[in-house]
Write a protein that binds this ligand. Structure first.
Ligand code: BGC
Length: 492
């Protein structure tokens, strides 16, 4: 039997729910917290920019190097594979080196990769650059939100991690814009190389900041942990926070065995399933093939399709992520997820019906000659609703949940496993989307994504506990209590 928080400190004043009306209110954002926010924003920008930029760069790469189809696919998708490996390694590294140093190294690797891409003399070196960039993004995608979740005061934790998603969407949007601006000159080297800028800014933002108190305590640096807490959580009871974290860390060494131990099976399953469903509900298929859908809706020139994608996918994605930032800590994780999944499911169903109505319009067909038509316009509206619904729910909330549900003993590695599952699922969808449309048809494929929304809805409804307003230690204690309750139930 294990109790993680001594009764005297559970729950601490600092960790309990929302402040009383008229009290100090939301925690003040001081320079340290602003620094943490900057780190989170820059890491998200790297992730998003990288996700969005390649589609615009491909034309120029094809013109300069004349690669075959396989090489084009590798150039496009191996970033995701690099990220998968980076994410897996990041957990152990973030536990050993600390969150802070891991983020700095990720940014350095990323900058190096971007420079290699920009100056690549041929496809071989370009692919090495892509892998390096992917690796850096993968490491940062684990370490940055983890750092944010551990640094943020409880009442701001959801907001902080949602800001990460907001930055991802801004990165995607920025990449669309840069692609459009530089398309005329076919400056693909500049498109890829520009991501050095946020990487360098990330190193600069990270250097003056402390590591998280959780990590300092993990490695026995109590003074530094106290200072970090005093800096980032002014007004909170530092001694109680320290006691709480120390109790949650326990005395055991973290190992991979501990990550997969039956005690933490519930949060690990939750994290992995949510990470995979975030991708299997089709977001990146829609983002990637947006232009085709706009073609079906009657946007006749390639330029019109690209700018329609930029604004109705890119900008709507950014805009609706603000809803999550504003409400994730007020309404909670569950309501946002459930509402968003309903919107996503219904709009995917509609997109499927429209494809069926359009008959001969397929993802593969050169649909640029389509005249504007009703089914196309309905499809466009449905797609905007899909993006908006994802943006205030599955996009940000999945990252928030992944970064808060694991106990501190295994958090680094467990977050890494869930994040790697997300990258793996993203790779599967983008790699096999076209094959799926060949086998099931466009309508069938979008209905399959809609079916995944139903699965996700049921999963969230039955299995996801609300974590709004709970400290990380309280969430950890919740799993221990549940294990004890179910052990007790099976013993009787
Ligand atoms: C997902 C990405 C996706 C992005 C879209 C993120 O949460 O992990 O795969 O491209 O949202 O905004």
């Amino acid at each position: 039997m294990r109790n993680l928080s001594p009764p005297a400190t559970t729950p601490t004043a600092a960790h309990s729910g929302p402040p009383a009306a008229g009290s100090a209110g939301a925690p003040r954002i001081n320079k340290w917290l602003a620094g943490v926010a900057a780190v989170v924003v820059l890491s998200g920008l790297l992730f998003g920019y990288d996700q969005g930029v390649i589609s615009g760069a491909l034309n120029g790469i094809q013109r300069d190097f004349r690669p075959g189809t396989l090489v084009i696919e590798i150039i496009t998708s191996w970033v995701t594979l690099g990220a998968l490996v980076g994410a897996l390694i990041a957990g152990g590294v973030a536990d050993r080196l600390g969150r802070r140093r891991t983020i700095v190294w990720a940014a350095v690797l990323f900058a190096l990769g971007a420079a290699v891409e920009a100056f690549a003399p041929g496809t071989g070196i370009l692919i090495i650059g892509r892998l390096l960039v992917g690796f850096g993004v993968g490491v940062a995608s684990v370490a940055a939100p983890l750092y944010a979740a551990e640094m943020a005061p409880t009442r701001l934790r959801g907001t902080f991690v949602s800001v990460y998603q907001l930055a991802i969407t801004i990165g995607i949007f920025a990449a669309y814009l840069v692609d459009q601006l530089l398309a005329a000159g076919d400056w693909w080297r500049l498109m890829l190389g520009l991501s050095v800028v946020p990487a360098i800014l990330l190193v600069i933002a990270m250097l003056p900041l402390p590591d998280s108190a959780v990590w300092y305590l993990k490695v026995g640096q109590r003074d530094r942990a106290a200072k970090a807490l005093r800096d980032v959580r002014p007004g909170e009871d530092v001694a109680a926070d320290m006691k709480d974290i120390e109790a949650s860390l326990g005395s055991r060494q973290t190992s991979w065995g501990e990550v997969f131990s039956p005690t933490w099976r519930a949060p690990l399953t939750l994290g992995i399933v949510l990470a995979v469903l975030q991708q299997f509900t089709g977001i990146n298929a829609v983002i990637y093939y947006g232009d085709k859908i706009f073609a079906a809706a009657g946007f006749t020139t390639a330029q019109a399709q690209t700018s329609a994608s930029t604004w109705s996918i890119g900008a709507v994605n950014v805009l609706f992520t603000f809803v999550a930032v504003a409400f994730v800590d007020r309404l909670g994780r569950r309501p946002l997820l459930l509402a968003g999944l309903v919107g996503m499911g219904l709009s995917l169903l509609t997109i499927g019906f429209c494809f069926r109505r359009l008959g001969d319009v397929t993802i593969h067909s050169d649909a640029t000659s389509n005249a504007p038509n009703d089914a196309g316009v309905i499809m466009l509206v449905a797609m905007v609703i899909f993006i908006a619904s994802f943006a205030f729910s599955l996009g940000p909330v999945v990252w928030t949940v992944i970064n808060e549900i694991f106990p501190s003993t295994v958090r680094g590695r467990a977050v890494a496993v869930a994040t790697a599952a997300n990258w793996g699922a993203a790779w599967v969808v983008t790699q096999f989307f076209l094959t799926l449309t060949d086998t099931l048809g466009e309508a069938g494929t979008f209905w399959l994504f809609a079916g995944m929304c139903v699965v996700a809805f049921l999963f969230v409804w039955f299995f996801l506990p609300e974590t709004k307003g709970k400290s990380l230690t309280e969430i950890q204690q919740m799993w221990v209590d549940r294990n004890e309750a179910s052990a007790g139930a099976s013993a009787t």
